[in-house]
Design a protein. Structure first.
Length: 250
């Protein structure tokens, strides 16, 4: 049991890194989605937006803000939190302008990529919700079983959920494989003729299902050990790295 506890603590540390990558990707996709919508509004209502000079201006402004923000963030070690905040806002504004300029360059592929990004955002959010235990649960079982059976019942539920997700994962892998074999194109860029493969957009299906199954496996191990391995929502705001990964001593 001690070896199992040590193994699961190591896996929980890995999951903390995975969650960090998911959160960063989720923020980037949300920013890109907003930037794409902003670019569409400009293209439909501002005739100047179609000109190359306007796009170059956006690129220059974005790069300038990004550089100034990075410089301010580097200087924040001496300037404190205010300088760090200004640097972060500058980099965010610069990244937004660069994404808007990139959205114009996508031309006819913007709508398709925005639809695909909604799918990615939804599954990344579902995966993180599983980590924070904000997923939909049925609590009737916990209310009817005796206290001594709550841990085994929770373990059984997590095991069943993980097994169902693994079954869906197998189906999603076959689905993505078939799309790749057919060489479907989500869109063909008008300017370059590049065909964006549909299966690239569908990759989030097996990736999201795999991470959710992984986390239900950790929850199953946590139920067997009788301790938390993943953070609860109430513990997130003030938790340190060890507590967030569920590694603090009980």
């Amino acid at each position: 049991m001690a070896r199992l506890a040590s193994l699961l603590r190591g896996l929980a540390r890995i999951d903390a890194w995975i969650a960090g990558l998911e959160s960063a990707l989720l923020c980037a996709l949300l920013l890109a989605l907003v930037a794409g919508g902003f670019a569409q509004v400009l293209a439909q209502n501002v005739g100047l937006a179609a000109s190359g000079g306007f796009r170059l201006g956006l690129l220059a402004a974005g790069l300038g803000l990004l550089s100034l923000g990075a410089a301010s963030a580097l200087a924040s070690r001496r300037g404190g939190g205010a300088a760090r905040g200004r640097g972060s806002r500058g980099m965010l504004a610069g990244a937004f302008l660069l994404l808007v300029a990139g959205a114009f360059a996508l031309s006819n592929g913007l709508d398709a990529l925005m639809r695909a990004s909604v799918l990615w955002i939804g599954l990344l959010g579902a995966s993180l919700a599983t980590r924070w235990r904000r997923h939909i649960t049925i609590e009737a079982l916990e209310k009817v079983v005796p206290a001594s059976w709550k841990r085994p019942a929770a373990a059984a539920v997590h095991l069943a959920a993980g097994g169902l997700l693994l079954a869906l994962l197998a189906v999603s892998l076959e689905y993505v494989g078939e799309s790749r074999a057919r060489a479907d194109a989500l869109f063909v860029h008008r300017g370059t003729g590049f065909a964006f493969p549909t299966w690239w957009a569908k990759l989030i299906l097996p990736l999201g299902l795999a991470t959710m199954a992984w986390r239900f496996g950790l929850l199953f191990g946590a139920a067997l050990l009788g301790r938390d391995l993943l953070p609860r929502e109430s513990a997130l705001p003030g938790a340190g790295p060890e507590e967030e990964a569920g590694l603090a001593a009980p």
